[in-house]
Design a protein around this ligand. Sequence first.
Ligand SMILES: Nc1ncnc2c1ncn2[C@@H]1O[C@H](COP(=O)(O)OP(=O)(O)OP(=O)(O)O)[C@@H](O)[C@H]1O
Ligand SMILES: [Mg+2]
Length: 474
Amino acid sequence: MIERVDSGIRGLDTIMYGGFLRGAVTILEGEPGTGKTTVGLQFLAEGAIRSGEAGIFITFEQLPEQIYADAASFGWDLRALETRNLIRIVSMEPDVLFEQMRQPGGLFERLTNQLNCRRIVIDSISLFRVSADPEQARASVYTIRNILRKLNLTSLLIREYSGYESQYAPFENNVCDGIIRLSLQPHMEKYRKRTIEVLKMRGTRIMEGEHHFTFTREGIHVIPALSMAEEKMISATADMLTTGIEGLDELLGGGLPRGSVFMIDTNSKANHRYLVMSMFVERLKAGDHTVSLMTSSSTIQGMTEISNLFGVSLEDAIRSKQSFFIEHYRKPVPEGFETSILNVGGLEGEEYEAAFEEWFRPIFLHGKEKGKGWFFYFDVNTVVSERGKAFVLRFYADIAVKCRMAGITVVAHANFTELGAETSSFLERSSDGVIRTWVDGKYQYLQVTKSPTGRMSAPRIIENVDARPFIRLV
Ligand SMILES: Nc1ncnc2c1ncn2[C@@H]1O[C@H](COP(=O)(O)OP(=O)(O)OP(=O)(O)O)[C@@H](O)[C@H]1O
Ligand SMILES: [Mg+2]
């Protein structure tokens, strides 16, 4: 398998199903002001910060001072990274660079060797037309591509793009491994939307079409579009995770598709503990990682005891960093478990979101790659009581999209009646499936009211049994 390189741009790796291929030479094109330079800087800065990969930014147009200032507005301290030999900003004339690149052992090669450089951005190759003669221009781009490949540099070549020119596909398109286009387009009359599209990327699947992106304080953030085709793919090809409950997997068409987002809606009388715990211990048994958001009344101690009933040691899972917790409340913590708990209790507003973001980021980025899956359980009503409804709507939609893309399976629990019609219908729409359980008279019922396959089940009775998982559907 060819190694993948994190693009450092949130959401972009998702579109490329895992990032750039190591050593790929990609053209990054767009009209003026579409964000090309920012993407380039982010690719290098995040690569340096997160992956410790050194990068060189070559600019023909701008002074280094301008680049430092632009980068600083996104929180990237390029000077500090330069001091640590993780970044070089090089401002030079195109023909000088070309000359230096062509010489084996020349300045360019020496610089990349010195830094152990892994990434490079050239801003922009539109000014790199070293010759007016098309044949010669073609040869020079080809030469550059070969040099970048030889040095195994994952490269972004920035290119000015205008729609008019596109009638004549530029020759670089054929010799490069990928093409990414940034655009700024009219949107719903008054607005303009920024989009990114991967037009070509050798050696990987891509999510086709345009995806929105925004500028945030941490740089560019791509929001992968959810196409219908993708959603179907979830149910057709995903592995199905057993719920461990007899009868329930069947109602779900095999189980919970990995990477799907399910809601369990219970009214206050209905017991959902075995339902959730059965899904939870099945994940542990399968070797998946788990993250559980604790309610005010749940404790790690309590969960450990129930897991033991299910014949699984949660304690071992916590010690081996398989299980993690998010805690809003102050509760006694068993010794040695502190580092497995994200405490968000005292945090306010942005701090709260940032803590989540920071903590989940590696999981969103790498969740899929590490071989094992992730399972995230959370209680919506807890988040509502701590943060309010408006926050929950945004939070849930955000979590749902990101988890789905990262292949993280989510089971959320909520009481729809308590939340009210508007909130619950939003949550329902944002979920791939909804399992409803309620008590009527002397029986507890369960019904799959929404599933990724589009099927709704008939209501079934939940029967308590003595053996694990202590419930079954009849
Ligand atoms: N924090 C921000 N919030 C909103 N928009 C921003 C932000 N930072 C940059 N922009 C927008 O992005 C544009 C420039 O981004 P960038 O320099 O990366 O684009 P570019 O494609 O390299 O442009 P050029 O073709 O001029 O080199 C700015 O003109 C501005 O409109
Ligand atoms: Mg630019």
